[in-house]
Write a protein that binds this ligand. Sequence first.
Ligand code: GDD
Ligand code: MG
Length: 364
Amino acid sequence: MKAIVLAGGFGTRLRPLSCTRPKLLFPVANRPLLDWTLERLAKSGIEEVILTVNYMAEAFVKRYRNFTYGMKITYSKEARPLRTGGPIKRAEKLIGHGGPFLVLNGDILTNMDYAELLKKHKEKKATATIALCRVEDPSRYGIAELTKNNRIRKFMEKPDRRKAPSNLANAGIYVLEPELFDYIPSGRPVSIEHEVFPKLAEEGKLYGHSFNGLWVDIGEPVDYLKANRLVLDTVVKQSQLGKDVIMGRETVIEAPSVVGEGATIGEASKIGSHTAVGDHSVVGKGVRIENSIVFGGTRVSDFASVKGAIVGEGVVIGRRVKIGDCCLVGDHAVIEDNVRFTRGVSVCPFRRVTESVLTPRCLM
Ligand code: GDD
Ligand code: MG
């Protein structure tokens, strides 16, 4: 069986971190999000993955050139963004008409059982079967109204909270029959959620399969931090140190947390819980980092603290700097000594910051 992964989004809600890297390659517990998905696909017996790319396509090619979890990876590069349906239509020849195939929104972290979804799809002889999970806020997702027989009677993309027919959300994981290609017009951007699913629902050919497992859409910074926490809690579970990590005296790594290969953590620093520090990062002494994601090659100087924040690659954080909840620091930014960010401050890549910022805003 083949799978299509939609990987071409701009990650707008994760700017400025996504200005220098596609969100599917953001590290989750020190491994790109897409690695977690590809590994699951390989374990489920998928033999070929079609990555539909466009924004920063070369970053995917570079990452998976020599490293494909034993699967064949084919790229389908769009000349312009074709949204969520257009890329599927564009991959028609690569998929062929031999049987059902899997489609995944690439920005999802989940442990759902793809084989189970395929089984349900076959039982119902559906044209399309959507994995569904319960959510708090239906207005952020595609929402399905399900019959007792698991047929989707109605599909609404991001409905107004009051008009949502249920809180069963499209999990961004589908099994589709080749017949579905006939529902997608070619050569233009198509939203499968707006143009295809509602029509299939009307025709009685759309089914749903609800599941209760781990599921996060990494759309916004809070979701990204949540995904990192979930993987640390359920997969990593302990304090995990990569190869050649150097630790100072009285340093504590509180579980669950990961520290990447070749990192240095200075004396009397406390990392964790729920923290990922990337490869080759250098953390000084007396530093506190908790509930945060620090990408690789970053320096956090003595007595600094990072709490509930995301810090990009190759960033330099000065001495006694304080970075608070939901702050995002873009790659290679420099935060000078004693600077304080309270909450919701974003810093663009390569920016140098010399003064504290005490209200949420983006420093361009
Ligand atoms: N190739 C390609 N081209 N991929 C795209 C494009 C494009 O033009 N636009 C978006 N994508 C990819 C994104 O990279 C992402 O993996 C996926 O398509 C979904 O796009 P998002 O922009 O993240 O959509 P969303 O999160 O607002 O909503 C979608 O996902 C929800 C579940 O997380 C919808 O499918 C909702 O119905 C669903 O509930
Ligand atoms: Mg999304």
